[in-house]
Design a protein around this ligand. Structure first.
Ligand SMILES: Cc1ncc(COP(=O)(O)O)c(C=O)c1O
Length: 208
């Protein structure tokens, strides 16, 4: 299917219970089990909810990812990705990056022993020189917010693989319609829904 078809079809095959054509909004915190010890796959909406599953499947299809995870905001998605790191780890980030991401990684995560280093990710040599034995991941935006710097995502992914690092791309400014970082070798893609993927400034949400 072409991207236009994927955009209108993705995530819509879910409602096997009723056959509803549009994805229903399941406003239920908890779900009944058909019988003792048997689950429909849904028991508690924090862990899984059919409406959210549809959204997660759609974003995974559009980004050509293995799995999608939806969050209440872009920062919730970004913070959960940072939680993949552990004490003693270091992450390299683009030196021009969304302010909330900058504040989370410089003010919150150092409390848990996670350190960050900011580099000009448009310069592959600068990234390579910044890698240390503690480096675990490279986080970039391309174009970056706010300066619109362009990083060669494919080249960064190649370098990251040489050193066994995760490449994480915040794709908020492009959407999967224009750029699919997983196809360029990235491991994780993040979105804030408030910008172009929502399109109308009426949605708060995030994915990775
Ligand atoms: C590039 C980028 N990433 C992440 C975020 C954070 O997303 P949210 O505001 O949904 O938490 C923003 C918000 O402006 C952004 O521009």
């Amino acid at each position: 299917m072409n991207i236009e078809t994927l955009l209108v079809r993705s995530g819509l095959e879910r409602d096997r219970a009723t056959g509803a054509i549009s994805t229903p909004i399941y406003q239920s915190a908890t779900f009944q089990h058909p019988e003792l010890g048997v689950s429909t796959g849904y028991d508690y909406s924090r862990t899984a909810n059919p409406t959210r599953t549809a959204l997660e499947e759609a974003i995974a299809v559009l980004e050509k990812g293995a799995k999608g995870f939806a969050f209440a905001s872009g920062m919730a998605a970004i913070s959960s990705v940072f939680c993949l790191l552990k004490s003693g780890d270091e992450i390299l980030l683009s030196d021009d990056i969304y302010g909330g991401t900058y504040r989370a990684i410089t003010k919150l995560f150092p409390r848990f022993g996670i350190q960050s280093k900011f580099v000009n990710t448009t310069d592959i040599g600068a990234i390579e020189s910044a890698i240390t034995p503690a480096t675990r991941a490279i986080f970039l935006e391309s174009p970056s917010n706010p300066q619109m710097n362009i990083t060669d995502i494919e080249a960064v992914c190649r370098l990251a693989k040489q050193y066994g690092l995760l490449t994480i791309v915040d794709n908020t400014f492009m959407t999967p319609y224009l750029q699919r970082p997983l196809r360029l070798g990235a491991d994780i893609v993040i979105h804030s829904a408030t910008k172009y993927i929502g399109g109308h400034s009426d949605v708060v949400g995030g994915w990775w």
